[in-house]
Design a binder for this molecule. Structure first.
Ligand SMILES: [Zn+2]
Length: 287
């Protein structure tokens, strides 16, 4: 069985590197800085330039070997508490949906979201928003105030960000293909970012963010990171792109990027030291 599992994992990893590009550091949704009370600040959303027309590359096509996970119970927040409680209690297919370079979301994907308390422009999937807020509140009470840099990002916005980066490289003289390749190193293609799913959050500490112009690995040297390492799973979140898992996730280490998977899955993932790709393979799910 071990040998079979090893072969299956190798096959998955080989495939995962053939789709949309990985190894890019996602940049924050907004360049707005925290205010004097960052935990309750409401940064203005970044202005969006009109996006030139963009057609997703052929490489960003759904993996036909994967069975799509049906979207269940999406409503607009009338029973958020009940949904959050149910999500926290047991693994839910929607919470384990895999999104990466080889598992893009459909172009019209649009989850039901709501604003996170204390932020006007930070949206999150309504089914997990309570858990995110509970985690932020707990960290504040423990003396490790966190700052939510980025939550849900629409595929339309992702398209804008990607195209803007492509235009940057076109102006430097690259042709379209090379410009897209260069852009993919820093901005995920539309539908290939976990932020498009609504279950990913870029989280740092308020103090750290005030002293940085961009998200960077040295966030790991903060008390806030230690707090997240110790407590995120209690709220159903895992560090999505762990150190040393680049070859599995296709994304470099990101100590700020947390993904909601539900409490049970988070505990199992942490205990086994797995990336979400490995966990999904182990569980026989691939949504
Ligand atoms: Zn992120």
């Amino acid at each position: 069985m071990k040998r079979l599992a090893s072969i299956l994992l190798s096959a998955l990893l080989a495939f995962s590197m053939t789709g949309c590009w990985g190894n890019r550091n996602e940049k924050p949704q907004s360049s707005a800085r925290p205010s004097q009370n960052p935990a309750y600040s409401t940064p203005a959303p970044g202005s969006e330039a009109p996006a030139p027309s963009y057609t997703p590359a052929p490489s960003c096509t759904p993996d036909p070997s994967c069975t799509p996970v049906p979207e269940e119970g999406i409503t607009n927040g009338t029973s958020q508490n009940a949904q959050a409680a149910a999500a926290a209690a047991a693994p839910e297919p929607w919470a384990l949906r895999l999104v990466n370079s080889s598992h893009p979301l459909p172009e019209d994907f649009e989850p039901a979201t709501r604003s996170i308390a204390g932020y006007d422009q930070r949206l999150f999937d309504v089914r997990a928003a309570d858990q995110l807020e509970a985690m932020l509140t707990a960290a504040q009470k423990d003396g490790s105030p966190l700052y939510l840099v980025s939550g849900y990002r629409s595929i339309r916005r992702q398209t804008n960000l990607f195209e803007r980066k492509v235009q940057h490289y076109l102006k430097k003289g690259l042709d379209r293909k090379d410009a897209e390749t260069a852009a993919e190193q820093v901005v995920a293609r539309p539908g290939c970012s976990e932020h498009n799913l609504g279950l990913a959050a870029d989280i740092v500490s308020a103090n750290w963010y005030e002293g940085h112009t961009d998200l960077s690995e040295d966030f790991e040297n903060t008390d806030a990171f230690v707090w997240l390492q110790n407590h995120a799973a209690e709220y159903g979140f895992v560090l999505r792109y762990p150190k040393g898992k680049d070859s599995v996730t296709g994304v470099s280490y990101e100590p700020w990027h947390y993904r909601y998977v539900g409490q049970t899955a988070a505990a199992e993932i942490n205990q086994a030291g797995l990336a979400l790709e490995e966990y999904c393979l182990k569980k026989g799910i691939c949504g």
